[in-house]
Design a protein around this ligand. Structure first.
Ligand SMILES: Cc1ncc(COP(=O)(O)O)c(C=O)c1O
Length: 407
């Protein structure tokens, strides 16, 4: 039947990734693969009350169709929060509620990308974004990332060489998958480049509030002078991913088109959930909740970094994120993290991670992987890193473990 399928799905081979996540669901394995919050940190009691309030307060109207852009009261709260937490001053009309940040990415891709259109992405980048972009069949230009985020000098040269680039996708705060944060100067430089080369920036920032040390920087959208930055974030990492609620901030011209596109996809996000989130924010201090989860995630981050310092060989390097969910591990050249996972790490150490290749648009980089530290407890984190470290010692000294042709 595949002959009937569109190219956009035929080009997408997610079988390796599906296999990784299937293995990581196996309770015998310690999985650092998923980007999951800790179940125990969900404010479940408060959310139950919030749903109850939402259903009982608004009478029958809560069960009716509502606006595509989403509940005005919640959009107003988010507009206020954008000003205080991100330095972005917008009206509620410039905020749209979406089904997670994921839908917001898809909407922006749908707005901008014809087949073959050029866009710039970080290398590595959030694999869910690549999955969304892939369906529009763009031409990717990959921009390296270092400890200060996207390399804007490299970006500048890429834009010079390919002025047809329309869109730059970036995760500036506690980047998925490297955990790094874009510096202030690069944020400013990025906007200047977008203005110069007539490009739209998609700023995807679901980890922004999850900072464990240091101070937050203004969003890239703060520096936007021409309405060409679209900001997106989400309640998934700060409240619960099951709410499937994110938000998008855009200027009028872009917002009008995005409302039309969302209406064609799902008419609106579920109003009961939006009303529940609004009620939660009316009755609870979300910043207090975020401070609590940050305290717990800081301990987990530190547990993972301590274990990496202790158990990983010196030839293996890793990032030291100030927040977010992830640490990126770089292996010596020639080691294929995907083969290593399949042939050695899963069967022998019973540990899972996300290998580099599926996190690069080019799929060309193989010697790295992403570790998540938020979903497990510190003891399990330490055990998993120790087991992984033992394998890496073997592989990097190339004595007992053979992992295919590249070693
Ligand atoms: C960078 C980034 N953007 C967007 C998302 C999508 O999240 P959600 O759709 O749950 O809001 C994720 C989830 O892991 C992410 O890491």
């Amino acid at each position: 039947m595949k002959n009937l399928f569109a190219n956009r799905v035929l080009n997408n081979d997610t079988s390796d990734l599906n296999e990784i996540f299937k293995n990581s669901a196996n309770p015998e394995n310690i999985s650092f693969a998923g980007g999951f919050p800790d179940n125990r940190l969900f404010p479940d009691h408060d959310l139950k009350t919030a749903y109850q309030n939402a259903i009982s307060q608004d009478g029958q109207a809560i069960f009716q169709y509502a606006s595509t852009q989403g509940l005005p009261a919640l959009r107003q709260k988010l507009a206020n929060r954008m000003a205080t937490c991100a330095g972005v001053h917008v009206d509620a009309d410039n905020v749209m509620l979406t089904q997670g940040g994921q839908q917001a990415i898809d909407l922006v891709a749908k707005l901008l990308l014809n087949r073959g259109d050029a866009m710039a992405v970080e290398g590595p980048t959030y694999m869910g974004a690549l999955a969304a972009f892939d369906t529009y069949e763009p031409t990717y230009y990959e921009i390296p990332v270092d400890q200060d985020g996207m390399d804007v000098h490299y970006l500048k040269n890429t834009l010079k060489a390919h002025p047809e680039i329309k869109l730059i996708y970036t995760v500036p705060d506690f980047h998925n998958p490297t955990g790094t944060t874009m510096s202030l100067r690069r944020r400013q430089a990025l906007v200047a480049l977008a203005n110069q080369y007539d490009v739209i920036i998609l700023e995807d920032s679901p980890y922004r509030d999850l900072r464990y040390s240091g101070k937050n920087l203004p969003a890239i959208k703060h520096f936007d002078t021409e309405g060409r930055v679209i900001f997106i974030s989400s309640f998934s990492k700060i409240l619960s991913p099951a709410l499937r609620t994110g938000w998008l901030v855009a200027d009028d011209e872009i917002m009008t088109e995005l409302i039309g596109l969302k209406s064609a996809i799902d008419v609106q996000s579920p109003n009961v959930t939006l009303a529940a989130i609004n009620s939660y924010l009316d009755h609870h201090d979300i910043d207090h909740h975020i401070a609590n989860i940050n305290a717990a995630y800081r301990v987990k981050r530190d547990a993972m970094l301590n274990a990496l310092d202790r158990y990983f060989p010196a030839s293996v390097t890793y990032t030291r994120p100030a927040g977010g969910f992830f640490i990126w591990v770089s292996l010596p050249q020639g080691i294929d993290a995907q083969q290593l996972l399949r042939d050695v790490v899963l069967p022998q150490a019973h540990v899972a991670y996300v290998p580099a290749s599926c996190q690069f648009a080019s799929r060309q980089v193989t010697n790295g992987f992403r570790l998540n530290f938020t979903s497990l407890d510190p003891i399990t984190i330490t055990t998993g890193v120790k087991r992984l470290g033992a394998i890496l010692h073997n592989v990097t000294t190339n004595t007992t473990v053979k992992v295919g042709a590249q070693l």
